[in-house]
Design a protein around this ligand. Structure first.
Ligand code: MAN
Length: 347
């Protein structure tokens, strides 16, 4: 399957310069990986805004949140032999891992789905010991009138899944962590099946196992069990190293269309799809051999971390699917595609 999506002509729709920083000492380095939803007549995005202090030559400076909830800047000399920094996203010092930026989640609103106005302050920000390094990559699932937000919470204790909920996009109830480290890329199914909720998530194995997609069920959205491994990485292929669900799976008459991202050994991120049984979502009916979207546009090839298309938000209009996605971890973009066309590849 070739790349079958139609990118917005106006891409990127949001760039770092469009986002006011949340703190006078920080600049916005990246705006990426938005959750997406409809609220009334508008389309909302829950952007990931990644910030850091202005970088001075010879130094790496990164913000973290301290025990009192204040943003504090850590500085490391680049020639310090204890520093190892080869990836734009992460580095380590004396064996401890850090992120190069601190992310929060920010709302943006649009009437036409292309031009977005960004709120001046964060909706969900780091503030506790389990998200000292930030909150990232939110999936938004609407269940019975409540929007559930599932996002990555990063701290020195690891990468985990946090949840919050809202009904009005003004007040948010934080549910803490629903899945412990190491876990991310979590989205809920938008209705109960057989009296149970379901979520898709991505635990990581270090020596045995990998970065595969799993499913869990729950009676109450808090206690998760009946764990099953749904999709595994396919070594040597475009989704050989890590995979993770995109936005919440889409119910169709043929089953749940689960869009996912896959990365290969060279950290190239593409999008593919799988089909889950409608009544028994732990049964995988089909999976695309090739991606339906690959990084090809200039803004997808080059940026903060190039060669990346990463989607965790969509809105649906009948057969038409609008994907919102992060391009090269620096910009927010949009593309449209047809659900039928993706399903046709899942025979
Ligand atoms: C990880 C996460 C994402 C990011 C990709 C590509 O999966 O950190 O937020 O977009 O890597 O860098």
């Amino acid at each position: 399957m070739a790349d079958i999506v139609e990118r917005f002509a106006v891409n990127p729709i949001l760039r770092p310069a469009d986002i006011p920083p949340s703190h006078p000492e920080l600049e916005v380095a990246c705006v990426l990986n938005p959750g997406a939803f409809r609220y009334g007549d508008r389309i909302g995005l829950l952007l990931r805004v990644a910030e850091r202090p202005r970088q001075e030559p010879g130094w790496i400076a990164t913000p973290v949140v301290d025990e009192a909830g204040r943003t504090q800047v850590l500085r490391f000399r680049k020639d310090d032999p204890k520093l190892s920094a080869t990836d734009a996203r992460v580095f380590s010092y004396d064996g401890t891992g850090y992120l190069t930026t601190l992310s929060h989640l920010r709302l943006a609103w649009s009437d036409d789905g292309e031009r977005f106005g960004v709120e001046p302050t964060p909706a969900i920000a780091a503030g506790g010991p389990l998200d000292r390094f930030g909150v990232e990559d939110c999936r938004v699932t609407l269940i019975d009138g409540t929007y559930y937000l599932t996002f990555t919470s990063v701290s020195d204790a690891g990468v985990a899944v946090g949840m919050a909920r809202t009904t009005d996009w003004k007040t948010f109830t934080r549910d803490g962590l629903i899945l412990p480290p190491h876990n991310k890329d979590c989205a809920l199914l938008d209705r109960k099946i057989g009296g149970r909720y379901f979520l898709i998530h991505r635990p990581s194995g270090i020596e045995i196992g990998g970065n595969d997609i799993w499913l869990a069920g729950s009676p109450d959205l808090h206690h998760w069990g009946d764990h099953r491994c749904l999709l595994r990485c396919r070594p040597g292929k475009w989704d050989g190293r890590r995979i993770g669900v995109n936005s919440p799976p889409i119910e169709t008459e043929r089953g749940w269309l689960m869009l996912y991202h896959g990365a290969d050994a060279r950290h190239r991120y593409c999008l593919g799809a799988a089909l889950l049984d409608r009544d028994e979502p732990w049964r995988v009916l089909a999976r695309t051999a090739e991606p339906y979207m690959e990084p090809t546009a200039a803004y997808e090839l080059q940026g903060f971390f190039g060669n990346v298309v990463f989607s965790n938000g969509h809105v649906r209009d009948g057969d038409r699917l609008t994907l919102y996605y992060g391009a090269s971890d620096e910009f927010v973009c949009g593309a449209t595609t047809s659900i039928r066309q993706i399903l046709d590849q899942l025979k």
